[in-house]
Ligand binder design. Structure first.
Ligand code: NAD
Ligand code: MG
Length: 390
C-alpha cells in the first residue's frame, strides 16, 4: 500500500485527487489531509479515508475540527506549524495543492523525508525554485508536475533529449474576459472574474486566469521545471483548452499534448507515474470538435503576462516578490479595494521597488530568507495598494 498525503485536500485539486483515490481505496494508506475553513469536508474525507491526521490551517477552528472528528481515530491539529509537522510524517507520495506561498514549506518538508512531490502549488517553484530543486536533489525526491500545461510538457518530453528542444509553448484559455472590450476590463468585478469558461477551479486561480497572472506564474514555473531560457517560452491563447502545451524540437517537429480540460488527467498521471493507468476522464472526439483555434495574447488585455519575463530577467528573489505582491493585489481586488487592471500595476511597482536592491534579490535562498522576502514584499504591496486607493 502506498502512503499518501494531500495538502490542500478540501480545494479543487485536493477533491479531484481524493476522487481518484476513492476509486482504488485498497491501494492507498492516507496519512495526512489538510484544509482551512471547510472543516466539515476535511473531517468527512479524513474519516472516510481513514487518515492518520487532519490539519486545518486555521488555529481558531481546532475545536470545530476536534468536534467533527469525535469518535474517530483521526488526530486533529491546527496551524501552519502543524501542517509542516504533518508533512514530516513518512509518505511515498504527497499532493501539494495548497493555494499560495503557504504551500512551499509542507512541500519542502515532504521532500526532506524523500516523498515524491506531486506539485500543483505552482507558487513553490515561482517563489523558491532554487531551494525546491536543491532539497529535491539532496533527498533524492522526485517532483512531478500537476499543473496541466507542465504535465503536458513533461509527457511530451518523455524519451527526448532536452538539448533538442527549441521552444516550449503553454496555452491559455484567455479567461473570463477574453472577449470583453478592453475598456470594460478596468470595471470588472471579482464575481465576474471568478467564472472560468472551461476549467472548474478554485476562486483565486480562476481570477488569476482572467488577468493571466496564472499564466505569468506558469511561464516562471516552466523555466524552473524544464530549465529552458526565458526566450524559449511562449504563451498562446487557445480558447478551447484542449491542447495544453506544445514542445518544439530543433528538427521543426511540434509535439502537442491534447486532452479534456479535467485536472484528473494531470493528477492521475502524477499518481501513477511512471505507469499509465485508466483514468475516468472524457475521451475527446476530434471529428466532433472540428477545429482548434490559437492566437497570440494581446499585451494590452493581459498586462500581467509580460511581468513573468521581467521576473526571469531579474532572477533570484524576484519570483518570491512577484508572487507575494500578486497575492496581496488579488486579496485587494477580491475585497473591492482596487480594480481588475490595478493588480498588474501594483505588482509591477512592487517588483520595481525591490529589483534595485541587489543584496535582497541575490540573497542565498533558504526557507527563512524566502519567508522574510515574502513578508517584506507583502508589506510593501499593501502600502502601494493603500496609496492607490487614497
Ligand atoms: P482551492 O482554493 O480550491 O483550494 C486551496 C486549498 O488550500 C484548500 O484546501 C484550502 O483549505 C487550502 N488553503 C488555503 N489557504 C491556506 C493556507 N494559508 N494554509 C494552508 N492551506 C490553505 O485551490 P485550487 O484551485 O485547488 O488550487 C490549489 C493549487 O493548485 C494552487 O497553487 C493552484 O495554482 C494550483 N493549480 C490548480 C489547478 C486547478 O484546476 N484548480 C490547476 C493547476 C494548478
Ligand atoms: Mg495551468
Amino acid at each position: 500500500m502506498r502512503r499518501i498525503s494531500i495538502f490542500g485536500a478540501t480545494g479543487s485539486i485536493g477533491q479531484n485527487t481524493i476522487d481518484l483515490i476513492r476509486r482504488d481505496r485498497a491501494a492507498y494508506k492516507v496519512v495526512a489531509l489538510t484544509g482551512a475553513g471547510n472543516i466539515a469536508q476535511l473531517a468527512a474525507d479524513a474519516i472516510d479515508l481513514g487518515a492518520e491526521i487532519a490539519v486545518t490551517a486555521r488555529q481558531d477552528r481546532l475545536d470545530d475540527l476536534r468536534a467533527a472528528l469525535a469518535g474517530s481515530d483521526v488526530i486533529a491539529a491546527a496551524g501552519a506549524r502543524a501542517i509542516a509537522e504533518a508533512a514530516a510524517r513518512p509518505a511515498d507520495w504527497v499532493m501539494s495543492a495548497i493555494v499560495g506561498a503557504a504551500g512551499l514549506e509542507p512541500g519542502i518538508v515532504a521532500m526532506q523525508q524523500g516523498a515524491t512531490l506531486a506539485l500543483a502549488n505552482k507558487e513553490s517553484l515561482v517563489t523558491a525554485g532554487d531551494l525546491v530543486h536543491r532539497v529535491a536533489h539532496a533527498h533524492g525526491a522526485q517532483i512531478l508536475p500537476v499543473d496541466s500545461e507542465h504535465s503536458a510538457v513533461f509527457q511530451a518530453l518523455i524519451g527526448e533529449d532536452m538539448a533538442a528542444v527549441e521552444r516550449i509553448t503553454i496555452t491559455a484559455s484567455g479567461g473570463a474576459f477574453r472577449d470583453w472590450p478592453i475598456a470594460d476590463m478596468a470595471k470588472a468585478t471579482p464575481e465576474q472574474a471568478a467564472t472560468h469558461p472551461n476549467w472548474d477551479m478554485g476562486q483565486r486561480i480562476t481570477i488569476d486566469s482572467a488577468s493571466m497572472f496564472n499564466k505569468a506564474l506558469e511561464v516562471i514555473e516552466t523555466k524552473e521545471f524544464f530549465g529552458v531560457a526565458p526566450q524559449q517560452i511562449e504563451v498562446l491563447v487557445h480558447p478551447e483548452s484542449l491542447v495544453h502545451a506544445l514542445v518544439g524540437f530543433k528538427d521543426g517537429a511540434l509535439m502537442a499534448h491534447v486532452g479534456p480540460p479535467d485536472m484528473r488527467h494531470a493528477i492521475g498521471f502524477a499518481l501513477h507515474h511512471p505507469d499509465r493507468k485508466h483514468l475516468p476522464v472524457e475521451r475527446l472526439n476530434l471529428a466532433h470538435i472540428g477545429q482548434l483555434t490559437f492566437k497570440a495574447p494581446n499585451p494590452e488585455r493581459y498586462p500581467a503576462l509580460r511581468l513573468a519575463w521581467d521576473v526571469l530577467e531579474i532572477g533570484g528573489m524576484a519570483g518570491c516578490i512577484f508572487n507575494a505582491a500578486k497575492e496581496k493585489a488579488l486579496d485587494a481586488f477580491i475585497d473591492h479595494r482596487i480594480g481588475f487592471l490595478d493588480m498588474a500595476a501594483v505588482v509591477e511597482e512592487t517588483l520595481t521597488v525591490f529589483s534595485a536592491d541587489s543584496c535582497l534579490i541575490n540573497a542565498e535562498m533558504t526557507l527563512d530568507t524566502v519567508q522574510q522576502t515574502d513578508h517584506l514584499a507583502r508589506k510593501r504591496a499593501d502600502e502601494i495598494i493603500a496609496n492607490r486607493k487614497g
